[in-house]
Design a protein around this ligand. Structure first.
Ligand SMILES: Nc1ncnc2c1ncn2[C@@H]1O[C@H](COP(=O)(O)OP(=O)(O)O)[C@@H](O)[C@H]1O
Ligand SMILES: [Mg+2]
Length: 308
């Protein structure tokens, strides 16, 4: 809650003097791998007003593909661009909360309480992060019990949508960090969202689970959220030294024409380091290629109209 939020932001407060940033030229792009011209995405204009938040679910039923890393760093990049950002930890493993230095032993309430008790209000559960302009709703292990707890709830797929409704006017973008499964929690996230962003590891077999995910997206479109759309497939863990990574990226691009993000995220040890540090790479290693990649991704999504 508010008290612990300010404590957390004080704990995390660091002067983030931006060093000479790595430029876009060091970011591997899908277009360059496919031998096409690489587009430039301009620095977005500042927003003159806020609200009408675009909600993006970060989904892949496979663990360890970069969902949480993407949620934190894409959110931080949007916040640097003056967007008001809310991150929702929607995984019982609560890596997002841990990755932002929120001790779940200290929090007074989490997304689980919001889901289980209709008398609670999201305003009472918002925490500030170390990134100015970026807030979060934490999760706790007890979220694992939510699917069972929702069995007898009316419109149980729409619970998260109802929870987020009151803050849509305040935020510009809401990112939901989903758990690695396609169960009721993920269906709740998809039902609340405008967009799905799918981090996909540049590894063989990465495409295997995508058909299932596609199925769920279609079911949600048909039953609870006709407006849901695929924002993009984000190639992660790209290794520019291997032919293998390039081949996988080519195959992903064939499978999803025009849906693969031009920005890719390279495999780098800096990301695991940031988890230990409890802050985004955009502040922990502001001038790294990893930070440049998530900044470029944010500009790409704004340029393509996914986010204002
Ligand atoms: N681009 C990357 N390069 C190297 N390691 C990464 C990268 N992205 C994430 N990681 C690391 O891989 C692990 C899994 O990432 P995470 O974002 O938690 O995946 P998910 O949320 O899909 O389970 C974490 O230790 C994280 O620090
Ligand atoms: Mg995760």
């Amino acid at each position: 809650m508010a008290k612990s939020a300010s404590e957390i932001s004080q704990l995390n407060a660091k002067s983030t003097i931006r060093g000479a940033s790595k430029s876009d030229s060091e970011v591997v792009t899908t277009s360059s791998v496919l031998g096409k011209a690489t587009p430039r995405f301009p620095e977005p204009a500042p927003l003159l007003s806020h609200g009408d938040a675009r909600i993006i679910s970060v989904v892949n039923q496979k663990g360890g593909v970069g969902k949480t890393t993407t949620t934190i760093n894409l959110g931080a990049a949007f916040a640097e661009m003056g967007r008001r950002v809310l991150l929702v930890d929607f995984d019982p493993q609560h890596s997002l909360s841990v990755g932002l230095n929120v001790s779940t032993r200290e929090i007074e309430g989490s997304i689980y309480d919001l889901m289980m008790d209709e008398s609670t209000k999201i305003d009472d559960f918002l925490l500030k992060t170390s990134v100015p302009g970026m807030d979060m709703v934490p999760a706790h292990e007890n979220l694992a019990g939510a699917e069972g707890g929702l069995v007898n709830v009316i419109a149980r797929e729409k619970v998260l949508k109802r929870i987020l409704n009151p803050v849509l006017d305040f935020y510009d973008v809401i990112l939901i960090d989903c758990q690695p499964s396609l169960g009721l929690l993920t269906v709740n996230a998809l039902t609340a969202s405008h967009w799905v962003l799918v981090p996909l590891e540049c590894e063989y077999f990465a495409l295997r689970g995508v058909a299932l995910l596609d199925d769920i997206i279609k079911k949600v479109q048909l039953n609870t959220n006709p407006d849901l759309q695929l924002l993009g497939i984000l190639p992660t863990m790209f290794d520019r030294k291997t032919v293998h990574s390039r081949e996988v990226l080519e195959r992903i691009s064939e499978a999803f024409p025009n849906k693969v993000c031009d920005t890719t995220i390279a495999r780098t040890v800096r990301f695991p380091e940031t988890t230990v540090a409890g802050e985004p790479i955009t502040s922990y290693a502001s001038s790294s290629v990893g930070a440049a990649s998530y900044r470029r991704l944010a500009r790409e999504l704004i340029a393509n109209g996914g986010v204002r």
